[in-house]
Design a protein around this ligand. Structure first.
Ligand code: TGC
Ligand code: FAD
Length: 397
């Protein structure tokens, strides 16, 4: 930590916490942050370049995440840690400083697969799935998007129809994180009563998955197609507690909130790499960090990270008070993802040619953030959600 004097009293100065945000956290929130940071530093950062290159996220990590209490951490009961929203956000921040694929895994497991079971599942469904998912023994996925229904999930074609007391599911889902490794898929389908959520265990006849190959982004994450061909499910496969698009969209609020924080973790990892490079790399006989143009880049990056973190903390405190609204989540997801990708690209310029390799994290993060900009609502969808809240006019219909 550097000390600088502003002519008043020497102030402790941490270039990665200019707003002294850490001081706004409770002891418990700091403990979550520091515990996850140690895990990421010890178990993820030494290997992540290899995993990204190989296009994998080792399954052995999953029980480790479970032991740390990170899976479904913001949910109550059934083996979940029951932390507040800010702690959940801080975990996302630190995990995504490792890699967006790692944060994605935790987001999907906790916010998209466990949350709907906790919020809308029967007691039997909760007992059957949640403890194993919290421990990391079982993996879940969330199937909303289809090949022809992305931003507009209301147009989905996957359909569940009754056959006696059973359901028959037909259709396909695309771009599903964890799909190929999931033990349980939460699948949203049209029914005669509107859109409903179904729990489809791996191995159910008529259900298979195909992994997406040759991704250039989010490589340390499994992305898959889910295919349902006359897939017969029992009556109790349906989530009884919700119908309509509100079901899946309410899950997205949870995961988008995690992204508000996570993206700033990726941005900060890029900033830290660029800062340390700038003060050591010499050109024209002095560190490149001494050039005004480099300092302007670093200052702008730091300002956006501080603003993004302050926004994340504010939204987290609103969420913990039960006051967070979807347009506010859209403000955070839009701003922090857009700024994170700009920061990653700027960091890459500071690293010059070294920035295009996996020896440094910046282009890996920049590539990952391309997916983050698109999933969980594209930048345009969040602009339109904010626009609708501002004008009262709906651009979607
Ligand atoms: P609209 O008429 O606005 O709403 C339909 C019903 O849903 C309710 N609603 C919400 N409820 C909870 N939370 C929200 N954020 C909600 N937004 C809307 C709404 O009140 C209404 O309820 P009801 O009871 O009155 O019927 O629906 P629309 O068809 O006009 O669509 C609105 C739009 C475009 C914003 C929505 O479709 C949308 O968000 N589209 C983007 C789709 C998306 O984000 N997909 C993400 C897929 S999952 C994913 O990407 C995982 S990435 C995994 C990882 O992190 O690795
Ligand atoms: P489209 O909806 O076809 O959009 C294409 C372009 O058109 C975008 O720029 C979009 O903003 C723009 N556009 C669309 N409508 C409008 C409009 N009304 N006005 C202005 N512009 C518009 N989905 C899941 O369900 N579960 C998952 O686990 C999951 N994981 C993912 C993992 C990865 C790595 C990726 C890349 C995607 C994942 N997705 C997942 C899918 C993701 O949610 C969708 O890609 C996203 O919702 C956008 O849909 P689309 O790709 O079909 O793009």
């Amino acid at each position: 930590m550097r000390r600088v004097s502003f002519g008043v009293a020497p102030a402790p100065f941490d270039p990665t916490d200019l707003s002294a945000l850490g001081a706004e956290l409770s002891d418990e929130e700091r403990l979550v942050r520091d515990t996850v940071r140690k895990f990421v530093n010890d178990a993820v950062l030494p290997e992540i370049g290899h995993w990204f290159e190989a296009g994998e996220l080792p399954r052995e990590l999953v029980p480790e995440l479970g032991k740390l209490g990170l899976l479904g951490m913001h949910l109550e009961g059934y083996g979940c840690a029951g932390t507040n929203a800010v702690s959940y956000g801080l975990a996302g921040l630190v995990l995504e400083a490792g890699d967006s694929g790692l944060r994605s895994f935790v987001s999907v497991q906790g916010s998209l697969a466990m949350y709907p079971i906790r919020a809308y599942g029967s007691e039997e469904q909760r007992q059957q799935w949640l403890p194993g998912m919290a421990s990391g023994e079982l993996v879940g996925c969330f199937g909303l998007t289809e090949p022809d229904a992305g931003s507009d999930p209301a147009s989905m074609r996957t359909r569940a129809r009754r056959d006696g007391s059973d359901w028959i599911l037909d259709g396909s889902k695309m771009w599903i994180t964890n799909g190929g490794i999931a033990d349980i898929a939460v699948v949203w389908a049209q029914t005669d009563d509107g859109i409903r959520g179904f729990l489809v265990p791996r191995g159910t006849p008529g259900f298979h998955t195909n992994d997406v190959a040759r991704k250039l982004s989010l490589r340390a994450s499994v992305t898959s197609e889910l295919v349902f061909d006359s897939c017969r499910l029992p009556e109790d496969a349906v989530l009884p507690g919700v119908s309509g698009l509100r079901g899946p969209l309410s899950c997205l609020n949870e995961a988008r909130f995690g992204i508000v924080w996570g993206t700033m973790g990726a941005a900060r990892a890029c900033f830290e790499a660029a800062l340390s490079y700038a003060v050591t790399r010499q050109q024209f006989g002095k560190p490149i960090g001494s050039f005004q143009l480099t300092q302007a880049k670093l200052a702008d990056m730091a300002v956006e990270i501080e603003k993004g973190l302050l926004l994340a903390l504010h939204l987290g405190r609103l969420k913990d008070a039960g006051k967070l609204t979807p347009p506010q989540v859209s403000i955070g997801k839009l701003n922090n993802t857009r700024e994170a990708i700009a920061i990653a690209r700027t960091a890459r310029t500071i690293l010059g040619a070294n920035g295009v390799t996996l020896e440094y994290p910046v282009l890996r993060h920049a590539n990952n953030l391309e997916s983050v900009l698109t999933y969980e609502g594209t930048a345009e969808i969040h602009q339109l959600t904010i626009g609708r809240a501002l004008t009262g006019l709906d651009a979607f219909s």
